[in-house]
Design a protein around this ligand. Structure first.
Ligand code: TRP
Length: 334
């Protein structure tokens, strides 16, 4: 008899290749993905099929997919430990996506807040893909029988509909899909805009000083933090009405591991200027190895290609099993 290994739980997550991660994407999500690799069986995917629900320039799109892949590796995702792949390189996603379209109700898709928001934002291109985005995302997750999906608040509705679709399919054909749970990593920090600290940090912010990109060089990082909005007090203390300082403390804590109390004592009697410089320096120091690794990887396209090809193969080895089961149950001839 085979030795039964204690099976780790599996995780699948996807990220759209829409440009360099912000410090918010990084501290809120991607930074926590690296330590998860030892605890779980992880698969990380560049969701490029999802990205064409918005028009993309071909040359830029190709670069962004590769760049996003390299960024994941630079942030500590290890292709030896995890499956790191590009969604469009595993055709099973598109195929199961279509199948699940037929098990997803028009009414359910109409109620998705992301669809409503995005169609309001791009009234000139409300395409069918934007509408059926959730069934493709359900396919991403269900193909791998993922136990857990790390999601931010904006994606919980997508996870909910994934469970609905899976439950419906299981109800008709018998147990086929595992129902995934959301997973909130312990250390996820919500990072706000440096210019308007009640708003989430976003790369689409018009004010370039509002947002740190993880490939920003030291000079840029320090300058942006110097301009960060604070308050009229003079106390580095976490508290109500101190959104700017709270945000800077959250960032400083995330990159140094210091607690809020430790930070307050470190800057007791010092001005906000000193504090903002310290945060800027600490963030720049933290980002330096990521930036260096990214440059190294982007200069070695052959290595990157070997990683994503291997990732797609590993991914399809798993997804094939689920897809075949699904096709057979529905009655397709295999
Ligand atoms: N919709 C997700 C986002 O925009 C990206 C995504 C696509 C995803 N497929 C996924 C996330 C599967 C988790 C699991 O952020």
């Amino acid at each position: 008899m085979e030795m039964q290994n204690q099976k780790k739980k599996s995780i699948l997550s996807g990220i759209q290749p829409t440009g360099v991660f912000t410090l918010g994407n990084y501290l809120g999500a991607v930074k926590n993905w690296a330590p998860m690799q030892d605890e779980f069986d992880c698969a990380y995917m560049i969701a490029d099929l999802h990205a064409i629900t918005v028009r993309q320039d071909p040359k830029q799109f190709r670069e962004q997919i590769l760049s996003c892949y390299a960024l994941l590796l630079s942030c500590g995702i290890d292709p030896q430990k995890s499956i790191v792949f590009i969604q469009s390189q595993n055709p099973d996603h598109a195929q199961l996506g279509w199948v699940l379209d037929c098990y997803t109700q028009f009414g359910e898709l109409s109620r998705m807040t992301q669809f409503k928001d995005k169609s309001a934002k791009h009234p000139e291109n409300i395409n069918a893909g934007l509408f059926t985005y959730p069934s493709l995302m359900a396919a991403d997750i269900l193909l791998y029988q993922a136990d857990l999906v790390p999601v931010g608040a904006d994606q919980t509705q997508h996870l909910e509909i994934t469970r609905t679709i899976a439950g419906r399919f299981n109800g008709i054909y018998g147990n086929t899909f595992k129902l995934p749970e959301g997973y909130i990593p312990k250390a996820g920090a919500k990072i706000m805009s440096l210019a308007e600290p009640t708003k989430k940090m976003s790369k689409s912010d018009e004010n370039p000083n509002a947002c740190i990109l993880i490939l920003d060089d030291k000079d840029k990082v320090v300058k942006k933090f110097k301009r960060a909005v604070t308050d009229s007090e003079m106390e580095v203390r976490y508290g109500e009405g101190k959104d700017g300082i709270n945000n800077l403390m959250t960032i400083y804590s995330a990159v140094t591991g210091k607690t809020m109390d430790e930070i307050t004592s470190e800057f007791a009697g010092k001005g906000y200027g000193d504090f903002k410089s310290a945060v800027g320096e600490a963030v720049a120091d933290h980002l330096r190895p990521i930036r260096e690794e990214y440059a190294r990887l982007m200069a070695d396209k052959a290595y990157l290609e070997s990683c994503y090809r291997q990732g797609a193969e590993q991914a399809q080895r798993i997804s094939r099993r689920t897809l075949s089961k699904v096709m057979k149950k529905i009655g397709f001839i295999l």
